[in-house]
Design a protein around this ligand. Structure first.
Ligand SMILES: Cc1cc2nc3c(=O)[nH]c(=O)nc-3n(C[C@H](O)[C@H](O)[C@H](O)COP(=O)(O)O)c2cc1C
Ligand SMILES: [Mn+2]
Length: 450
């Protein structure tokens, strides 16, 4: 049963997908350089990090197939499991104690000394905690929220935080108006279910919908939560590390830049400050890092977004089978949509619905159900053999798009494109895709080995 980072690490090690790095590495540039070279491959466990006792784990969720296996579904059912988790969430379970309480630091907080926080890219403003999930509560309204934020370590007990106007911003500004800080916790070292749930799109769930209850349903086991030492926030009892603190009212400091999901630096910004009050962690804690602009980053953006696109397209084209937002499109911009075509025109309707389902989607490629939308070689084959540009290309000029897309003529204004790579219905038999009988029943491992 995978219900924390350690049990996931053990499973992934058994699958042969963890590469231990025994050589000592510097958390400034050297560690991320190695991670970047191996970004689409295995998870990397850096056992010796210069100046620290804690090992650093990078890329644990850098493969779609691995995320699916961790959640015990196949790639096609990942979106359905997600939608199911939102329909039938499983609330967290309160426990009195947990492994994350094994070590408690409440005095002489010194973040740069305790945690091997990584400095990733050349022009980044400093070391950033990139795999931390911020947990906040509004007890008066029985609200808990999980979200990701850029967390820049700025001093011994000071973290800069970048908050876009979404759920955490609402909770923070509500408190700030009263001149009060917002108590929060940052959880580091989590299994895939919590990491994905924390990235759930705001268009799927309103503020007040507890992301931890999505995580519970995703993994089909309630997340155990335990009270913090110094703030009124409940946190996953089996997290590796918890940072407790408060986001101060009325204070902004210069922060950043930080490499964005688009692979550009973006601007420096003025952001609020999180004052750290305590750190608790497991014995032999593992520090988890996310290298921005890698498949891991892009999968955490894409997988929770696919249900949004899927729902919209399914409403319009009932034969919709799957949606794949590709990691290489920065995990946001390109969607491959697989449909069972029932009427001529279904492909075009899927394009319209897909492009309109989200501001971020700027390219939709529609393929028939005999093409695996998660295999980009098959998708390109469909474009090469089923698509004619004069007949099957749709271009919408100057629609609203993502503000961070560097190709836009002005921020937030984008052209959108659809490629209908489905077969013409009457011709699908003549152009049937070749197959070898019984191939799906062949287990390749039976033919290898001695
Ligand atoms: C790795 C990663 C990093 C992110 N960084 C930020 C960030 O720095 N600031 C921000 O406001 N959103 C960031 N996001 C997006 C939000 O955390 C994410 O959309 C989340 O679902 C928002 O939750 P909320 O709807 O509860 O506010 C990031 C997402 C991921 C997956
Ligand atoms: Mn939320």
């Amino acid at each position: 049963m995978i219900d924390d980072l350690r049990s996931q690490l053990k499973a992934v090690e058994e699958w042969g997908e963890v590469l231990p790095i025994r050589q000592e590495v510097d958390p400034r540039f050297e560690l991320p350089a190695i991670s970047k070279k191996l970004e689409a491959d295995k998870a990397l466990l850096f056992e010796k990090v210069k100046g620290y006792r804690m090992p650093v784990l990078v890329g644990m969720d850098n493969s779609r197939s691995r995320i699916s296996r961790v959640l015990r579904v196949d790639d096609f059912n990942l979106t359905l499991r997600y939608l199911e988790a939102i329909r039938h969430p499983l609330p967290p379970k309160v426990v009195q104690d947990g492994p994350v309480k094994e070590v408690k630091i409440t005095k002489d907080i010194n973040l740069p000394e305790h945690l091997p926080v990584v400095t990733h890219y050349e022009k980044d403003g400093g070391p950033f905690i990139t795999a931390g999930v911020v947990i906040a509560e509004d007890p008066a309204h029985n609200i808990r929220n999980l979200s990701y934020h850029r967390l820049q370590v700025m001093g011994k007990d000071e973290i800069g935080i970048f908050i876009q106007p979404r759920h955490l911003w609402e909770l923070y500004t509500e408190k700030e108006k009263e001149g009060e800080p917002l108590e929060v916790a940052v959880a580091i070292g989590l299994d895939a279910s919590i990491r994905l749930a924390a990235a759930t799109s705001g268009s799927l769930i309103p503020l007040g919908f507890d992301e931890l209850s999505i995580a519970g349903a995703l993994r089909q086991k309630a997340v155990e939560i335990v009270r913090c030492e110094t703030v009124q926030v409940m946190v996953p009892a089996k997290a590796e590390i918890i940072i407790e603190g408060e986001i101060l009212p009325g204070l902004r400091k210069p922060q950043g830049p930080l490499a964005d999901f688009t692979g550009t630096y973006g601007e420096a910004w003025e952001g609020p400050v999180l004052r750290v009050k305590a750190i608790t962690h497991r014995k032999e804690a593992i520090y988890q890092d996310l290298l921005p602009f890698t498949p891991e980053h892009h999968l955490l953006l894409a997988v929770p977004h696919e249900p949004v696109v899927y729902q919209a397209v399914k409403t319009s084209v009932p034969g919709t089978k799957a949606v794949h937002i590709t990691p290489s499109s920065s995990g946001k911009f390109h969607a491959i949509i697989s449909i069972r075509k029932e009427h001529e025109g279904d492909g075009k309707n899927a394009i319209l619905a897909g492009l309109n389902s989200s501001r971020d989607i700027k390219l939709v490629v529609v393929v028939d159900e005999d093409v695996d939308p998660f295999n980009l070689r098959e998708v390109e084959w469909a474009v090469a053999t089923r698509f004619q540009a004069d007949r099957d290309l749709v271009v919408i000029p100057a629609a609203r798009g993502n503000e961070l897309d560097p190709s836009c003529p002005q921020p937030g204004l984008t052209a959108k494109m659809g490629i209908d790579a489905t077969n013409l219905l009457g011709r699908s038999e003549r152009f049937e895709k070749v197959r070898i009988p019984e191939m799906e029943n062949i287990r390749i491992q039976d033919y290898l080995g001695p």
